[in-house]
Design a protein around this ligand. Structure first.
Ligand SMILES: *Cc1c(COP(=O)(O)O)cnc(C)c1O
Length: 389
């Protein structure tokens, strides 16, 4: 597929231009077999359209929308469905940027927000809502599972039941799931009742640390609404990045499978190290544990994100990171190269002290994203870094 970098597309006749605009603005429904042609690259573009048609297949959605970043996907989606006075119910922990958007941007638009954690049961969440705004219901539920950076799982089916419960005949409460950590290979939220799947495509989906992108997948109806908002926010993905993401989709499954295999080996080494207090890795959940039950219901693999508590505090975590070779000391995740970072002072520095303590984002927590290097080389680098802690 070539890169079609054109900003605008010539119509074959004025009446064709008229027909495309009628469909773009939803002024009438398409006729039998009628498709909207290309108009202008903020509205549509061949590279963007093709990568969207490919991504939707992974999650068995009816349609997909790509964005200039994961945050563009999340913010455009929320502005599509939330209005002043509405209540957003959200699970925590969340990606730092999403957490900031919910805590500091949405309230400026009169949107009320209520947090729950993976420890809260269905009844607890109902009670939290009742205590905050008796008799009122949320219009949108947003969760990230596994959660960043601790891999905490939230039960998608439970959230879908809540969304159904909160839906009125004329207004559905939508459930959106950030599937960046496991999807689209190891988790399919739409199959468990979610209305929308959201991605930072910067991470596993692109996987080469060479662009920023985001995506949403869902029914034709919800994606059409989001694309309508995207046209006016101008938050779509550009043609060249769309083309690069298409390249990446070719290897997505084998990359994610190999990274998950390597992560299991690396996590096993870390778990047995005397300078480690606790490892947060989906491959180590114990049977009987509520988290394990959720894992078995909705996850198809352990993924390749590991976080662990090193004995000590920030000082020990920093010594480990500063002496870690092979891994790049950088935020982001899901790429072919392994990355290491310190959530409490980097990705999650903006989360309140109280929430950080509650969510287990302690000063001794280190997060690793395992790439495609030889796992024994990664283990060797970790072993050497621990010696210098
Ligand atoms: C990185 C990330 C985002 C934000 O995506 P960008 O592409 O950086 O805008 C959202 N959610 C999760 C889980 C992420 O890791």
């Amino acid at each position: 597929m070539p890169v079609v970098s054109d900003s605008t597309f010539a119509f074959t006749s004025a009446s064709e231009g008229k027909a495309f605009f009628e469909l773009a603005y939803g002024l009438r429904n398409p006729g039998e077999g009628e498709e909207m042609g290309m108009i202008y690259s903020r509205v549509n573009n061949p590279n963007l359209a093709i990568v969207e048609q490919r991504l939707k297949l992974w999650d068995k959605g009816e349609d997909a929308a790509f964005f200039a970043s994961g945050m563009a996907a999340i913010s455009t989606m929320m502005f599509t469905f939330l209005r002043p006075g509405d209540i957003l119910l959200f699970g925590s922990p969340l990606y730092g940027g999403t957490d900031h958007f919910i805590h500091h941007v949405l309230p400026q638009f009169g949107i009320r927000t209520l947090m729950f954690t993976s420890d809260d049961s269905e009844e607890n969440i109902q009670a939290l809502l009742n205590a905050a705004w008796p008799g009122e219901t949320p219009s949108f539920i947003y969760v990230e599972t596994p959660g960043n950076p601790t891999n905490n799982l939230i039960d998608i089916e439970m959230c879908a039941r809540l969304a159904d419960f909160f839906s009125a005949k004329d207004k559905k409460c939508l459930l959106a799931v950030d599937n960046t950590f496991l999807g689209p290979v190891f988790q399919h939220p739409l199959a468990h009742g979610a209305d929308l799947v959201v991605y930072s495509a910067t991470k596993f989906i692109n996987g080469h640390s060479d662009l920023i992108a985001g995506a949403c997948v869902g029914s034709g109806e919800v994606i059409a609404a989001i694309k309508g908002m995207r046209t006016f926010m101008g938050s779509m993905l550009d043609p060249h990045s769309s083309w690069l993401v298409m390249r990446s989709l070719e290897t997505l499954k084998i990359r994610m499978e190999r990274q998950a295999e390597s992560a299991l080996k690396v996590a096993e080494y870390i778990r047995n190290h005397p300078k480690v207090e606790n490892v947060h890795f989906l491959g180590f959940l114990k049977s009987g544990d509520a988290q394990k039950n959720i894992f078995e219901k909705q996850c198809l693999g352990n993924g390749s994100m590991i976080s662990f508590n090193i004995s000590g505090g920030e000082e020990e975590a920093f010594r480990f990171l500063d002496n870690l070779s092979l891994f790049k000391l950088a935020v982001s995740l899901g790429s072919t190269e392994s990355l290491a970072e310190h959530p409490a002072t980097m990705t999650h520095v903006d989360v309140s002290d109280e929430d950080r303590a509650k969510l287990g984002i302690h000063p001794n927590l280190v997060r690793l994203s395992i790439g495609l290097e030889e796992p024994d080389d990664l283990i060797d680098a970790i072993k050497k870094a621990f010696v210098l802690v």
